[in-house]
Ligand binder design. Structure first.
Ligand code: IVH
Length: 700
């Protein structure tokens, strides 16, 4: 991709551009792009950053400013175009050019020998070269390049159809937006790979989640696949995903072009992709000419699996020669020319020293084992959830026991078993408390449940957990009011309960360490804004047992005001879709309790929205613009833009922030610029003058 000289030139160019004033915009824009692409490649593909973050940001800002001042210089593959505008509404289903199959698994040398035997039979030769590369533990993706440009990125889905997540794939800076494929006679190419998240990035992300009072994600794989499907591309960008592209699944040649030699073997094809700037695992590949060599490499690699920056759950062994691959074919589930060698789950021995009992938001008491710290898969484990009393009994765990701890592909560790053979006689039974460790109330256990629960609604730990949940992102979304701040305010007596959020004595907060004018005013603003949250978020935030986000939406949609539930009994609640008897009982019980009604009264008095505006919803759903998308551009002369936008929404229309294939109408005022051009190019957008817009909306 870049030779030593290129690298030196681009680095010097970057430093020069950081200090120089732009003279010729077109040249500077091109140079800035080259430098940013180079810096992205060094950072994301090679993990060798060449610029400090501030330098990178400064270059990026310069490029953005120049493109803004000279829109004619903007191109779709400019690095600034990774910063997508607006929200994706949903991800359309798309079919893969070639189905995305799975892999067959092997676990030991014997399995590999078997597989090799079958390969030689199918290939009709003993002369097979194998190529080995890591099996990355992330989310599968398929990307398509057409005429040198990235045109589509899709999730695996069911293997035949996936979700079109192009906007998000473009946020991943390891994936080039363009590549010189036509120079090799390639018209279109589909490449497979894995979206991964650096172990360090994942840990930092989880720490942030914990700070915000959110549950940490279980493992980097979940984090990668979840992030890929987030509707807000700017959030995707912030999460710092990376990618590995490990297989060319399909390509078409330009008319008259011949297949390049680079596409004759798997090894050559990945080295070639790498040379073009793709994040192919070129440096992690091993070529073997005999299965014994494969076996040795697998054993040796397994021993150093934790040295890689990403989670790796095995190795993939592929027949190198593409012609042989074609001859061997595939089943409906997996190719016959490739196999995964799965690593053993990571285990370690440690000693169980004590058990702590933690109280959760709904009062369940969870036993947590404290063990001698032990490294497993690059992470030091010292604390392991035992879930409930039944697990302790089933595994026959005692204080002082030697235990086997495992971290499978997942980051969350668990105790596999105790080792009674190592007992000395000094072990002691684990005694489950009869009273709440936080408030000393008697614990209760319901017949069909495994967990002991503290049912004291004023239990201090539960109160804090409930407030944290109320403020959390998916509930009232009160920024900066995460676990740490809630605990601080609660301890200082400033936040006794959920409604207390709206009557915090800010003068007292200002005297607390770490709270300046700015942070206090941000917090106040966030709390004030939360009063306008829709009813479903309030209901979810109240933390009713078994009521998740979806049930909260169902409940909110069924009433005009939250207090309507005071007259709903279990039977009526159970008539709602997705509300079974267990949920209905929990909801009815919640609204029957005086302390909860009291909380609702206090929230109402504070001005928190507790109504469901059916009329507005219905009017929008019935509106003449229902489901249609709009965008305004240029200077409007007949009305203010904000009024026109409000009109669209009141009639059920949806506003978009940019021109895309999802846009139905572009309303054009005077001096319209690039948006109009783009809409015309797309051809699918109806372009309206102000007069036509007025006719459409019935204003004229
Ligand atoms: S090759 C038709 N190579 O593992 C070829 N897959 O368990 C199939 N994976 O769905 C894929 N690293 O998401 C291949 N180096 C690698 C891989 C890899 C991870 C994933 C892939 C696949 C899954 C199968």
């Amino acid at each position: 991709m870049y030779d030593k000289q290129d690298e030196k030139r681009l680095y010097e160019q970057a430093i020069y551009l950081l200090n120089a004033d732009a003279s010729d915009a077109a040249t500077t824009v091109a140079q800035l792009r080259d430098c940013i692409n180079y810096a992205d490649w060094k950072y994301y593909v090679l993990s060798e950053p060449v610029l400090a973050d501030v330098e990178y940001d400064a270059l990026f800002r310069k490029l953005k400013e120049l493109e803004h001042a000279h829109p004619q210089l903007l191109t779709p593959d400019s690095p600034t175009q990774r910063v997508a505008m607006g929200l994706s509404e949903r991800f359309p289903a798309v079919s893969h050019l070639v189905p995305m199959l799975s892999l067959d698994n092997t676990y030991n040398a014997e399995d590999l020998l078997d597989w090799d035997r079958k390969c030689r039979e199918l290939a009709g030769t003993d002369d097979i070269t194998y190529c080995i590369e890591p099996k990355y533990d992330g989310a599968s993706v398929s990307v398509i390049y057409e005429d040198d440009h990235l045109t589509r990125g899709a999730t695996r889905g069911d293997g035949v159809m996936g979700e079109d997540v192009t906007v998000n794939v473009k946020q991943i800076r390891a994936i080039p937006l363009s590549a010189k494929l036509a120079a090799y006679g390639i018209k279109q190419m589909e490449i497979r790979g894995e979206i991964v998240i650096h172990k360090k990035v994942f840990e930092a992300y989880n720490e942030r989640r914990i700070d915000q009072g959110l549950e940490p994600l279980a493992n980097p794989r979940n984090a990668a696949s979840g992030t890929l499907r987030i509707l807000d591309p700017s959030e995707v960008r912030k999460r710092g995903l990376n990618a590995i592209l490990y297989s060319i699944s399909d390509y078409t040649l330009l008319p008259g072009a011949e297949r390049p030699d680079e596409l004759s073997t798997h090894y050559k094809s990945l080295q070639w992709l790498y040379s073009l700037g793709f994040p192919a695992p070129a440096r992690e590949m091993k070529v073997c000419t005999h299965i014994q060599e494969v076996i040795s490499y697998c054993t040796e690699f397994e021993a150093r699996r934790d040295d890689l920056p990403f989670e790796v759950d095995g190795l993939v062994i592929k027949v190198n020669d593409f012609a042989l691959q074609d001859k061997m074919g595939m089943t409906s589930h997996h190719p016959r020319w490739a196999v995964a060698y799965k690593f053993k789950a990571r285990q370690a021995e440690s000693v169980l020293r004590r058990v702590e009992f933690q109280v959760g938001r709904v009062g369940s008491v969870t036993p947590v084992a404290k063990i001698d710290p032990v490294p497993i898969g690059g992470v030091t484990v010292s604390s392991i959830s035992l879930f409930n009393e039944d697990v302790i009994k089933a595994k026959d765990l005692h204080i002082g026991d030697t235990v086997i701890v495992e971290r499978a592909g997942d980051v969350i560790p668990y105790i596999v078993r105790s080792m009674p053979e190592k007992r000395t006689g000094n072990e002691e039974p684990i005694i489950f408390p009869t009273h709440c460790p936080a408030c000393s109330s008697l614990l209760e256990k319901q017949q069909d449940e495994a967990a002991w629960r503290c049912i004291n609604a004023t239990c201090p730990v539960q109160v804090v957990e409930r407030i944290i949940h109320f403020a959390s992102k998916d509930a009232m979304d009160i920024r900066s009011m995460g676990g740490a701040n809630v605990q601080k305010f609660h301890d200082a007596g400033l936040l006794p309960d959920i409604p207390g959020m709206y009557s915090i004595e800010w003068d007292k907060v200002k005297g607390m360490e770490g709270f300046g004018e700015k942070s206090v005013s941000n917090l106040q603003q966030a709390i004030e804004q939360s009063k306008k949250q829709p009813l479903n978020r309030v209901i979810y935030g109240m933390g009713i047992r078994y009521v998740g986000e979806t049930t909260a939406k169902t409940l909110a949609a069924a009433v005009s005001h939250i207090s309507d539930f005071y007259n709903w009994d279990v039977e009526k609640l159970a008539t709602l879709s997705d509300v079974g008897p267990k949920v209905a009982t929990s909801v009815a019980d919640f609204f029957a309790r005086p302390e909860n009604r009291n909380m609702i009264d206090k929230l109402a008095a504070a001005g928190v929205n507790l109504t469901n505006d059916h009329k507005a919803q219905q009017a929008a759903a019935d509106g003449i613009l229902a489901g249609k998308t709009f965008l305004f551009t240029g200077t409007l002369s007949r009305f203010k833009r904000s009024d026109a936008e409000a009109l669209v929404e009141s009639k059920g229309g949806v506003l978009l922030s940019g021109v895309s294939s999802k846009l139905n109408y572009l309303v054009v005022g005077a001096d319209a610029g690039s948006k109009l051009e783009k809409a015309k190019k797309l051809g699918s957008v109806s372009i309206l003058s102000e007069e036509e817009f007025m006719t459409l909306t019935g204003m004229e």
